[in-house]
Ligand binder design. Structure first.
Ligand code: C6P
Length: 428
């Protein structure tokens, strides 16, 4: 089955981009070239990022902000340049509003513990949504249990978008913080962050955006969107694992207590007390993710060269192709809204085949790597009435031919399972 004729493909990025990614060209799965459609979990790295990492270790590595020797100065300079690069990438006002963390999860926990611990009282409300990743649910549950704050959840419309009527109804003077994903990692839904921030601020609430699934794929401007906090991960945007970002407005970060204590985050330590360092060091206790941050900066350079607009358009084409083809498959349920409301990922479920079994065969026999499971959105899956789903997620290096491989694989795996089912019935 070919999905291709229906969609205008002129917005696709050049296929030659793939040459930058050694893993896409070097590896073979199940005798087939690798079709990597698990980019929402983690992306692959271009040679430019791999080289940047290798170069630091070979030429410039030492701990940062500690030594006065040449290598420490060099690695400090690269580390701080990385911060400045990320600042400009997300449109932040100051480089010290960019905190390096181990990833989105760590960034959200930092805000929940530090901002939440300081600002939430019994009866205050944190408004989040039913489509959140566990990383934007559990930290709020934990701090709510400690402070007596109450969690509220914005429900979905029938087609898997945020019910903004309910958002308006739930937002009230008790709401102290709104925590929402810019893109759902399961439904693919793009949420109206600017509108949410505007309304939340009008109600006196602070806004945290879990941008793990949007920063890698579409242009971000934290000042234009007027968000208070933004969290994302390097490994989902061509960078290394082990590094992520917490963006926070200076006024919030300045007023928040340090989250972790230790080296680097202090101004002065006495035996029984300390004074915290200024931003951003206040939130970067211990040795930070030095080389991952420098690698992430190289990933930012790569994304800037290709262009976030172009990447978004490329993914829209792939998503439309996949959606049109998946929608024709009998017994397959697409989760989430129509392509115009979604980013570059599609989760789906089968009536009679478990997602894990399905994804395993798709990988082992057809070389197509997708994710199966609850994607760390168990409450959302429970609401949808399914234990798990299969997810195909796209990035700048994916091609229409790979969507064809996915669709062909699905058809074949479905007929394999149907045959197995018939045999089992005959035996009974
Ligand atoms: N989602 C997925 O397969 P970390 O693991 O800290 O880098 O990112 C956590 C996270 C937070 N928010 C959203 C919306 C996410 O999608 C993720 C990571 C991966 O969907 C791994 S569970």
């Amino acid at each position: 089955m070919s999905a291709r004729p229906t969609v205008d493909q002129s917005a696709l990025l050049p296929a030659s981009l793939r040459d930058d990614f050694p893993i896409l060209n070097g590896d073979v799965l199940a005798g087939h070239p690798l079709v990597f459609l698990d980019n929402a979990a983690s992306t692959q790295r271009p040679r430019q990022v791999i080289d940047a990492i290798s170069d630091v270790y070979q030429r410039d590595y030492a701990n940062v902000h500690r030594g006065i020797h040449t290598l420490s100065e060099r690695s400090t300079e690269l580390y701080e340049q990385a911060r400045e690069n990320v600042r400009s990438f997300i449109g932040a006002k100051h480089a010290h509003e960019v905190i390096f963390t181990p990833g989105s999860t760590a960034s959200i926990n930092l805000v929940a513990r530090s901002w939440g611990g300081e600002n939430l009282r019994a009866g205050d409300e944190v408004l989040t949504t039913v489509m959140e990743h566990h990383s934007n649910l559990v930290p709020w549950q934990q701090i709510a249990a400690q402070t007596g704050a109450v969690l509220r959840h914005v429900p979905l419309t029938d087609d898997g978008r945020l019910d903004m009527g309910q958002f308006d109804a739930l937002l009230c003077e008790r709401t102290k913080l709104v925590a929402v994903a810019s893109v759902s990692n399961t439904l693919g839904t793009i949420n109206p962050i600017d509108e949410i921030a505007r309304k939340a601020h009008a109600a006196g609430a602070v806004v945290l955006v879990d941008a793990a699934q949007s920063v890698p794929h579409m242009a971000t401007d934290v000042q234009a969107s007027d968000v208070d906090f933004l969290a994302f991960s390097g490994h989902k945007m061509l960078g290394p694992s082990g590094v992520g970002i917490l963006y926070g407005k200076e006024s919030h970060l300045d007023a928040m207590p340090p989250f972790l204590g230790g080296g680097s985050m202090i101004n002065e330590v006495r035996l029984d007390s300390f004074t915290p360092a200024a931003l951003p060091a206040k939130f970067e206790a211990g040795t930070p993710p030095i080389v991952p941050a420098i690698g992430m900066s190289a990933a930012v350079d790569y994304l800037n060269r290709v262009g976030l607009e172009a990447i978004h358009h490329h993914e829209q084409v792939l998503t439309q192709l996949a959606y049109d083809a998946l929608a024709q498959i009998e017994g397959l349920r697409i989760l989430g809204p129509a392509p115009e409301y979604r980013a570059g990922l599609i989760s789906f479920a089968f009536e009679r085949i478990h997602a894990h079994e399905f994804a395993q065969v798709l990988n082992d026999q057809f070389g197509v790597a997708v994710r199966a499971g609850h994607h760390c959105t168990q409450p959302l899956h429970a609401l949808l009435g399914i234990p798990a789903s299969t997810r195909a997620s796209f990035y700048l290096y994916n091609r229409p031919e790979e969507i064809d491989r996915l669709i062909e694989g699905i058809a074949k795996v479905q007929s394999m399972f149907a045959l197995k089912g018939r045999r089992r019935k005959r035996k009974q």
